[in-house]
Design a protein around this ligand. Structure first.
Ligand code: ADP
Length: 480
């Protein structure tokens, strides 16, 4: 077994591709949802932190202003203690009374090392101070304040003073990191589960396709009896299976027909050949009179003429089959073709004392192939004459119904038994084999008629009553 090619086939398989697409799309959705979730969690954490910064700054000022005589140092220490769990860094920046662009003094909590909690006055003045959100900044400060950035607020209070509060983002970042780890693990788990589940479902859905492939492989020209189990499926796969089964049925029928046909051909060709051979063998056994030679030669000549006719008809049939569609698309005058055929059959009819009439309303142009149409009409009229008794009548008429031309050939002949009607167009089918010598039928005439009509998209209807007569109706397709 070639494992290399099996592996390649696996990667090219539809279930692999579908699973891959499924994973890519699902992965994309999970990543997008994760980013959105992460971002909104981060925003809400920062909003909470900012509210806390504002609260601490406000509280610091309230503590200082509500108690007379309280120094700023004491107020800062008290607030720090109150919000201990947040470990806030608070400092008060006093600006010079006259020139407010300069710092006079910075008072800060003990948790801040001297000069380590920075304050940038230019940033403060550049910000639009009407919105408190604009006064919240991130500071990446030196090592003294730890490895995490600080989020700070600059809160203007009475006098030219600013309360600055900072909280480390350590907790926020740790929370975010934890969330990230959980999300990555959950996302990966979800993807794994979903891709296993998805692959299972896809494989299950495609399983019947495998059985179609297997059955198709098992089917050979010699055994077309196999069918695929469709079960109760009503979906696309069910439709595929039905279509496939229908196709095999049609194939089986046509292969059967071809086999039957080639059997029939061999048989039909063999019979006259056997007769010719037998007669010659008998003739050669001893010396014969010239009469006897004449008789046998005449009979073998008849048989070979018969053989020639079979071969001619078969060749004609296969030539029609090989014709391209455009060959049937030339403009032809159907009325002229009819006249020509009727004229050519008049002598035969007269010899048999049969009246051959033609009724035509108007010139009729159709799309078709002249020689084939001539042959079709000839065969039907020829049958009508051959299967009629002397004194009978054959009537050919061309008419139009709602613009669609139709041709009727009616005789007062022997008629066709009802049970034979479905078979008369089959190759080599003759109703009465015993009468074959009188009528000279090969059973190929109507096969040619049917083949020509099919090529033109025309429909043939036959009505017949035994000993009363037969009528052939050819409906041509709408030319418009
Ligand atoms: P054949 O060469 O024997 O006439 P066809 O294929 O032309 O073969 O016709 C098939 C059979 O249909 C004939 O054997 C004949 O019995 C029957 N048939 C065809 N046309 C007529 C008709 N107009 N009247 C009676 N029987 C007919």
């Amino acid at each position: 077994m070639d494992f290399g090619s099996m592996k390649i086939r696996k990667f090219r398989s539809l279930s692999f591709k579908l699973t891959l697409w499924y994973i890519v799309i699902l992965g994309g959705i999970i990543v997008l949802a994760g980013i959105f979730q992460y971002q909104s969690f981060k925003d809400s954490l920062l909003d909470e932190l900012d509210a806390k910064l504002l609260e601490i700054a406000d509280e610091t000022y309230e503590t200082w202003s509500s108690k007379r005589g309280m120094s700023w140092e004491e107020a800062l220490q008290e607030t720090t203690g109150k919000f201990q769990s947040y470990r806030p860094l608070i400092q008060l920046v006093k600006l010079q009374e006259k020139e407010r662009k300069k710092i006079e003094e910075v008072i800060h909590t003990t948790s801040i090392k001297e000069g380590s909690f920075l304050f940038d006055l230019r940033t403060y003045y550049r910000a639009d101070r009407s919105d408190i959100d604009n006064l919240i900044f991130l500071i990446h400060s030196e090592e003294e304040l730890g490895a995490y950035p600080l989020r700070t607020i600059l809160f203007p209070v009475r006098g030219p003073n600013i309360v600055q509060v900072g909280i480390s983002l350590e907790n926020t970042e740790l929370d975010l990191r934890r969330l990230m780890i959980i999300m990555v693990l959950a996302g990966a788990g979800l993807m794994l589960l979903a891709s296993l589940g998805g692959n299972f479902i896809i494989r299950k859905a495609l399983k019947p396709v495998k059985s179609v492939v297997q059955t198709a492989k098992d089917i050979t020209a010699d055994d077309l009896s196999l069918r695929i189990e469709a079960g109760q499926r009503q979906d696309e796969i069910g439709e595929l299976v039905d279509t496939f089964n229908d196709m095999i049925s049609r194939l089986e029928k046509s292969v059967k027909k071809i086999k039957q046909f080639s059997g029939d051909v061999s048989h039909e060709l063999r019979t006259p050949l056997t007769i010719i051979r037998g007669e010659i063998e008998v003739l050669l056994r001893k010396e014969r009179s010239s009469d006897e030679y004449q008789k046998t030669l005449k009979s073998t000549l008849e048989e070979s003429a018969y053989l020639e006719r079979i071969i001619d008809d078969l060749l004609f049939l296969s030539r029609i089959e090989a014709l391209e569609k455009k060959e049937f698309d030339k403009s032809v005058q159907l009325d002229e073709i009819l006249l020509k055929v009727v004229e050519s059959q008049e002598l035969t009819a007269k010899k048999k004392n049969i009246t051959l009439d033609i009724k035509m309303a108007e010139p009729t142009e159709i799309k078709g192939e002249e020689i084939l149409l001539e042959r079709m009409v000839t065969n039907i009229i020829d049958n009508a004459i051959r299967y009629s008794q002397p004194g009978g009548k054959v009537e050919v008429s061309l008419d139009k119904k709602e613009g669609i031309p139709f041709l009727r050939i009616q005789d007062t002949g022997i008629g066709i038994p009802e049970e034979s009607l479905p078979s008369i167009f089959d190759r080599f089918y003759v109703v009465d084999k015993s009468r074959f010598k009188e009528t000279g039928g090969l059973g190929l005439g109507l096969s040619i008629v049917k083949q020509v009509a099919d090529g033109h998209g025309a429909k043939i209807e036959v009505e017949s009553e035994l000993n009363k007569g037969t009528s052939f109706l050819v409906r041509f397709p709408d030319v418009k």
